[in-house]
Ligand binder design. Structure first.
Ligand code: GKR
Ligand code: MG
Length: 433
């Protein structure tokens, strides 16, 4: 019988390169922080997990990690109980909208869940490795062999201003032709069959034109548009009317549940969210007012893979669809996303992933999309191995405070201020249009 007691926990913050992707809050910084969590058990098994690496998550993860030695990796419920012992500074949760993350409400519990999620994934990875079982088996077993992902299209600049960060050969995408070219490259390289455009960057007319251009280039293929709450209910309804019949769903057109309910009452275009339903307490109002027809799950902020399955059960009960949200992430998270997605029967939309934009990783073999899908690994745990050299290199970048310290917190508005050379630039109040 394996000794599953945690004897050691390692936290490794890293900075990974990120292209200049635009959204309503600004632009991605040249580097984004992520946190790699490792739990080591008494018999020497190591499990890994990944979550946000911004300061507020690190401040919580550090004291939390100290509570874990002596805990069993099999006691997943206990992870949540332990998290309640760690206090959260109120100043960390005062903003209703997370400026860089566009991930909805910020509460102390949600911060805890975002931290616990990485430890839960690490524990499941260790447990799977100890018993020779894939994580999906620990969640009840896979119901599919492949998980489908969508191409995540962004308006973007060719490069970060001033030559900052790593360069790439994507070029700028700032109009419909640029977005279609980007989509074609995603299809060529990864075979994606559905497309999501991050909106809220340009006036709605320009984004409508981009969706129309995509519909023309990829007839009949699922399309989504996500302006992250940039529009008023009136504007949202106008866009919905213009794009009726072209969209699989419209994601967070207006900010907040009431505004979404108003939009929903006036259109047959399904509305999706990863902003107004991001915690269990928000579900009731949204579902009772029919504000959303699709919820984007995200194991990071919903608190892990098992909570993701609980969310799926609630959505199923209310006849609400399920999709999957993504932020800048590495291959550890993608492995976790794929393992849980493989177990959820009613995940009936392809999942979002920023992964194709990420050229840096801490795993030995990058995930490869084929026909827009990832094969579900049956190897023990998450089925990935840490690349220690890469982890060390990206951690050293994080440690280099003089050069990269300003990027230890994701802040798209700060990146825009630097880019525009305007200290007074602020992200627009929502709704913007
Ligand atoms: O990475 O710019 C981005 C996205 O806008 C991200 O922050 C959002 O949380 O992808 C997300 C979304 O679907 O809203
Ligand atoms: Mg979204």
């Amino acid at each position: 019988m394996a000794d599953l007691t945690i004897t050691d926990v390692r936290l490794t913050p890293v900075l990974i390169s990120d292209p200049p992707l635009l959204n309503v809050q600004g632009v991605h910084q040249p580097y984004t922080p992520r946190l790699v969590v490792e739990v080591v058990t008494a018999d020497g098994t190591t499990g890994v997990g990944e979550t946000y690496g911004d300061t507020k998550y690190l401040e919580l993860a550090r004291p939390y990690a100290e509570l874990l030695p002596g805990h069993s990796v099999a006691d997943l419920n206990g992870l949540h109980t332990l998290a309640q012992q760690v206090g959260v500074d109120d100043a960390r949760v005062e903003h209703a909208i997370d400026v860089g993350g566009l991930r909805g409400v910020q509460t102390a519990d949600k911060l805890r869940l975002s931290v616990v999620s990485a430890f839960e994934v690490a524990c499941l990875d260790a447990l799977g490795k100890a018993y020779g079982l894939p994580v999906h088996a620990l969640l009840g077993g896979k119901v599919r062999d492949h998980v489908e992902y969508s191409a995540y299209l962004f308006y973007r600049w060719a490069a970060h201003p001033g030559g900052a960060g790593e360069s790439d050969d994507w070029g700028a995408a700032l109009d419909p032709a640029g977005i279609v070219a980007q989509a074609r490259r995603f299809v060529r390289d990864h075979g994606f069959r559905s497309f999501k455009l991050k909106g809220g960057v340009f006036a709605p007319e320009q984004e409508i034109a981009a969706v129309r251009a995509l519909a023309e280039a990829f007839p009949g293929q699922p399309l989504r548009l996500d302006p992250n709450g940039a529009w008023s209910p009136g504007t949202s309804l106008r866009v919905a009317k213009e794009l009726e019949g072209l969209l699989e769903y419209l994601e967070d057109p207006a900010p907040g549940t009431s505004a979404m309910a108003e939009v929903s009452a006036g259109t047959d275009v399904p509305l999706a969210t990863n902003m107004c339903v991001t915690t269990f307490p928000e579900i009731r109002q949204a579902f009772l007012t029919d504000a959303v027809q699709v919820v984007l799950c995200d194991h990071h902020y919903w608190g892990g893979l098992r909570n993701t399955r609980e969310l799926a059960a609630v959505c199923r009960t209310f006849g609400v669809g399920l999709s999957m949200h993504s932020n800048t992430h590495m291959g550890i998270s993608l492995a976790a996303m794929t393992q849980v997605a493989a177990t959820v029967t009613d995940l009936d939309h392809s999942c979002d992933s920023h992964y194709p934009w990420q050229t840096e990783d801490v795993i030995t073999r990058r995930h490869t999309f084929e026909d827009g899908r990832l094969e579900v690994s049956d190897a023990p745990g998450l089925g990935i191995d840490l690349d220690r050299e890469a982890l060390d290199r990206l951690h050293r970048r994080w440690l280099d405070e003089a050069a990269y310290g300003a990027m230890r917190d994701r802040d798209d508005a700060a990146a825009m201020r630097r880019a525009e050379g305007r200290e007074d630039w602020t992200a627009p109040a929502l709704p913007r249009w």
